[in-house]
Design a protein around this ligand. Sequence first.
Ligand code: C2E
Ligand code: CA
Ligand code: CA
Ligand code: CA
Length: 276
Amino acid sequence: VKANGKNQIMYYENIINEITNENYILLKELRYALERNEMTLNYQPQVDSRTSEIIGMEALLRWHHNGEQIPPDRFIPLAEESRLIIPIGEFVIDEALCFLRELQSKDIMVPVAINISVEQLKFELIYKQIKRSIERYAIDPKYIELEVTESVIITGREEAIAVIDKLIELGVRVSIDDFGMGYSSLSYLKRFKFHRIKLDRLFIKDFPEKDNGHIASLIIQLANSLEVEIVAEGIEKEVQKEFLLTRGCNFIQGYYYSKPLSKESCLEYIKKSLKI
Ligand code: C2E
Ligand code: CA
Ligand code: CA
Ligand code: CA
């Protein structure tokens, strides 16, 4: 092992260089993604499992690049590190609110959830953008839901916290994404009037084979006793949906009901679901 040590290190260095080089190329491309119209939003329905009616949808960003789909888990971190998330995030909000306005003009009142990175909350920009859109498009703010992760609230700087406060004051709803993913402190739950908790897929994906669902149950109980809505993410199987229903969670988002859809397909889904 000793004799190999130096080679090993060089090997890892090469891998690291390759990774950073790959990221570097991707980042360069990311800079042009918006102006090249390579980005679109998909919308994934959220469904009340008791009635099968749509109760909301989450906007999920897609990047089509050189005939490929680059997954958000791949490019969002790069966008965050490079601050490109500011213009990209602006695009996401604009697109999502445009769709919302389109729906509301047809009297279809379904909320849209938008993912927000902590970088976006460090400036008042997002507040101004959303306020302006609400006024210009005459959107009812309670149909706008912003998803932030626990880490944003816990490690978020004062600026971020202040912006969340102002957004809530505006009537916009704020939800906690990926709930349960690594922050043991729950004191922040008292700090804001949260609209929803999103139960991370981690707590249900292996149910029933390799997970007895106890943690999911506990989080649902927590949400119910705090009188905060809870949406379970990543539900793929009927047995998972049924289990959650018996535990008091009837808001479901997952492939079981629908994958993320194009705007047009989502509109069709909404019409079918609401029988209009
Ligand atoms: P997320 O916010 O936790 O979004 C849920 C992810 O779970 C989405 O992945 C969705 O497609 C996936 N999903 C939903 N149902 C199922 C299911 O039944 N099974 C499985 N296996 N997966 C399911 P996606 O679209 O790849 O997005 C990944 C992450 O990228 C998101 O996780 C979010 O953190 C981030 N992201 C996506 N769009 C945006 C955006 O516009 N802005 C920001 N800041 N982040 C975004
Ligand atoms: Ca989300
Ligand atoms: Ca999530
Ligand atoms: Ca996630």
